[in-house]
Design a protein around this ligand. Sequence first.
Ligand SMILES: *[C@@H]1O[C@H](CO)[C@@H](O)[C@H](O)[C@H]1NC(C)=O
Ligand SMILES: *[C@@H]1O[C@H](CO)[C@@H](O)[C@H](O)[C@H]1NC(C)=O
Ligand SMILES: *[C@@H]1O[C@H](CO)[C@@H](O)[C@H](O)[C@H]1NC(C)=O
Ligand SMILES: *[C@@H]1O[C@H](CO)[C@@H](O)[C@H](O)[C@H]1NC(C)=O
Ligand SMILES: *[C@@H]1O[C@H](CO)[C@@H](O)[C@H](O)[C@H]1NC(C)=O
Length: 451
Amino acid sequence: MLTLAFVLAAPAFALPAYHDAQIPLRPLDHSQGYEFDPLLHLPGISPYFDAVGFGLEHTAPVGCNVTAASYIVRHGAIYANDKEYEEYIKPFLWKLEQHRQGWSGPLSFMETWQSPILEDKLEDLTPSGAVDAERVGKHLLARYPDLVPETKRVLADKKSRTYDTAQNFVKAFPQVDKIEVVRVTQNTNGSMEALIPHKSCENFSKTPGIKEQKKAIDLYAASVSHRLSPYMPFELEANDVVGFQMLCGYESAIKGTRSEICAQFTDAEWMAYEYAWDLKYAYMVGPLNPLSPYLGFPWLHSQANLFSHIAKHDTPGDGWPDKQRFFLSFTHREVPPFIATALGLFNSSSNAAEQFPTDHINWTRAWRMADLIPFLGHVGMEKMTCERGAVHGDGPGEFIRFIANTAPRPIPDCQDGPGASCPFHLFKELIGKGAEKHKDFHEVCDAKDKE
Ligand SMILES: *[C@@H]1O[C@H](CO)[C@@H](O)[C@H](O)[C@H]1NC(C)=O
Ligand SMILES: *[C@@H]1O[C@H](CO)[C@@H](O)[C@H](O)[C@H]1NC(C)=O
Ligand SMILES: *[C@@H]1O[C@H](CO)[C@@H](O)[C@H](O)[C@H]1NC(C)=O
Ligand SMILES: *[C@@H]1O[C@H](CO)[C@@H](O)[C@H](O)[C@H]1NC(C)=O
Ligand SMILES: *[C@@H]1O[C@H](CO)[C@@H](O)[C@H](O)[C@H]1NC(C)=O
């Protein structure tokens, strides 16, 4: 998995320009100047970057045009997630305040280091998060120059971080003054189940995986604490190690420049951190939670209906402006993983179920959430018309393609179309079957057995 950080295309976030050293045809030495970048290994808390994916081209395949697209986007950088702050970061910062003296060697800078996290604004969008949102908006405008300018309605939920992200995102669009950001606060036409399924599901909780994650953290944190002890005035407990590492992600995301803390941990320590969080997300919002596909299908189902309506009636229906062909919804970190799980976008290529042992890292897992849920992480769905591929005969055909953080990702069960896309009629069947199988959203979600 060396390739992860290796061929990083064009990050929206300004990383140092060592990519020059990574041009394959002019190798400098055997490792071709490979450098590890922790910001690419922080599931959930890193500034946005384009995922590498599998190398499928980002532009529509030759002979195809994108005729509609819908994206569901996580909000931009916040100061800190409440829970992560209470559990990992705050206890570390508290000890830091008690021990301002006694840092040395590589950690000397910690004597004067100030936390960038504003406690009274924890879950607010940061200024740099706002700038990044506009940047990703600009990227999508460049990707869909004909579709984006017709967008008049955009969805967010009631939280200010999604609404503010939406407002900043659309600043990149030429028709910004004509755009209405709608706050979805009622489940009209299933809109809340599609946008924030976990909040419409009483039986969903954030606890699955806590036990297992703690084991994975304990496995590496003790050695980190031991390694850093000569430079520190107090002993790092396991959760302090995690908090210290998290500050690399949050400080970089808040300030828009790389935090000095990022350089204080070894590559192996970052990979262990990443694994502990991939494991947690697998249990909470991924393949190890039986609720995940139930929570991913409402969005897929409603987008499949939307695209069918466009194909049949040449308007999107459902109260959308007639000419709108590009759809945007702003949500939270849980939702892209539900959708990815429902489709198998982050499944391993073998049929084996994803496995997350707690006594060693599973290096060959496909479930890598750093690539899906940085701030502004997104899943996009493109509808393409291609010259060939009609169901009957040789006329134009329609296809669906999925995008995760700009890189196309095939649906394992349906990838025979151009650029590994899925023929639209097969896609509708797939979603129909999935929706049928997972239609008991309320059956599994309305917690009868919960007091
Ligand atoms: C719900 O769907 C109906 C019919 O498709 C549509 O007329 C109505 O505007 C929709 N409501 C909202 C709030 O989108
Ligand atoms: C992806 O993995 C999950 C769980 O490991 C499995 O249930 C699902 O069928 C897989 N999906 C695909 C499309 O392979
Ligand atoms: C890692 O997970 C894959 C499935 O993604 C599984 O086939 C493999 O056995 C696991 N490896 C280890 C070492 O746990
Ligand atoms: C794609 O768009 C171009 C330019 O508008 C057009 O010439 C071409 O026929 C379109 N192709 C298909 C398959 O619709
Ligand atoms: C709630 O979800 C859990 C899995 O997270 C599942 O085992 C349980 O059966 C669900 N409860 C209901 C009422 O479906």
